[in-house]
Write a protein that binds this ligand. Structure first.
Ligand code: SF4
Ligand SMILES: [Zn+2]
Length: 415
């Protein structure tokens, strides 16, 4: 699994003061790291991470390429020793779009930096100006192009719900970032921190943030569409942090923001699948409905605090899930009988004893339950087919049709 050795380089890296920024609060770090800190973090990680070839050293926090050059080189020199063949995979840095040029990219390349993340935040010049970013959308386009030309992995960070950003500006940002198609994005709903310009604007009533639901909906769209387009969303919402919780005076913080958006994505996907079934003339009546979701995605689909289960229950539908490794993240399929019947082939001794007819969906043979003589794991009892010996037997007590046709359908589904 991919991991980062995160080293925070706080505000010193930035010549600027954006309206929303209080780097110290966001990174929760006050002290500047030096080469000894980098070496210590790397040495420690060497003994801890599962796969060093999938681990990167990440300098985050401020604007890495804007810190005093000597200091930047000190950090890079320390990190570079740990990168390469048999060592960590590379170095990630984050910086401002107007702090990228040929000269600095050449330096970063020579020190083993592999990925550069730019704080784009918005692609509307009006919003960038209002939030005192000190750069334009064109700077983001230019820096992105250059980063790509040098062969770095490109990441873009965007903020949702900034001062003076309405739906039009949010669309502009989303569409432009999609057009740039970075390798990664981070989606940050705005959190208004104490002692920032945004906090003042909020207090004076000048900044009227969007509603929480609007921001969730915009972030959900970004998370879903970027994922579908193959742009990896490496963050959605700020880290759950006591610093942020203590210092925030407004905005859109939720300790599990991403899970919230993921739940909405699954709900929308389920509604669409139900709508499609209705359009196809096979509406799902009230009762139980089984959806197939990707491997390991059941809890996301159930939603936070079972929100999706409760939502559909109110509509008279009990939803259940089965996992299928071929279904992409955030997508669902209405599970057909051939999918859901599979569960009857496991630990099925009791059910088979109650059945009058059984079938094997590997070889297709139909037979009487008393022909079964062998069970996998005698205690729990998973029947083995008397004809072919596989553990692919289901009985009619499970409620599924035991016919050659249905066995064929199940065979196609599972083999
Ligand atoms: S550029 Fe980044 S570090 Fe600098 S003030 Fe703005 S948000 Fe903070
Ligand atoms: Zn068989």
């Amino acid at each position: 699994m991919h991991s980062n050795i995160s080293i925070f380089v706080p505000h010193v890296g930035c010549p600027h003061k954006c309206a929303f920024c209080d780097q110290r609060t966001i990174t929760g770090e006050q002290k500047l790291p030096h080469k000894e800190d980098v070496e210590r973090a790397c040495l420690q990680a060497l003994g801890q991470v599962d796969d060093i070839s999938d681990t990167e050293i990440a300098f985050f926090g401020g604007s890495f390429t804007a810190i005093p050059r000597e200091y930047m080189l000190e950090l890079l020199t320390a990190a570079h020793k740990f990168v390469g063949e048999g060592r960590f995979a590379g170095i990630r840095i984050s910086t401002r779009p107007d702090c990228i040029d040929d000269e600095v990219l050449g330096i970063l390349k020579s020190y083993g930096v592999t990925a550069i993340e730019l704080g784009a935040q918005s692609m509307s010049d009006e919003v960038l100006g209002a939030n005192e970013r000190g750069h334009t959308a064109e700077d983001v386009r230019k820096a992105s192009r250059l980063i790509r030309e040098y062969g770095f992995e490109l990441g873009l960070q965007m903020m949702v719900g900034l001062y003076k950003s309405g739906h039009q500006q949010e669309d502009e940002t989303f569409n432009e970032i999609m057009a740039i198609h970075p390798d990664t994005v981070r989606i940050y709903p705005v959190v208004i921190l104490k002692n920032t310009r945004l906090a003042e604007l909020l207090a004076s009533g000048e900044y009227k943030p969007m509603s929480f639901d609007e921001v969730v909906s915009l972030s959900t769209r970004a998370l879903g569409e970027f994922t579908k387009a193959g742009v990896k969303v490496i963050k959605c919402g700020l880290h759950a942090s006591e610093f942020v919780e203590k210092d925030m005076v407004g905005g859109f913080y939720h300790p599990a923001f991403r899970e919230l958006c993921e739940g909405v994505l699954y709900r929308l996907a389920m509604e669409k699948a139900l709508g499609d079934a209705e359009k196809a003339g096979t509406p799902i009546e009230k009762g139980t409905c089984v959806f197939s979701v990707g491997k390991g995605c059941t809890s996301k689909a159930v939603g936070q605090k079972k929100a999706n289960k409760l939502y559909f229950e109110k509509l008279g539908l009990r939803i259940k899930f089965t996992e299928d490794k071929d279904i992409p993240l955030y997508e669902v399929r209405l599970a057909d009988d051939a999918t859901t019947a599979h569960k009857c082939s496991i630990y099925n001794r009791k059910q088979l004893e109650k059945s009058s007819k059984c079938g094997c969906f590997y070889c297709g043979k139909i037979f009487a339950p008393d022909e079964i003589t062998n069970y996998l794991n005698e205690k729990c009892g998973t029947a083995l087919c008397p004809n072919c010996g596989t553990d692919s037997v289901i009985g009619d007590a499970g409620g599924y049709p035991i016919t050659e046709d249905f066995m064929r359908k199940m065979h196609e589904r599972w083999f």
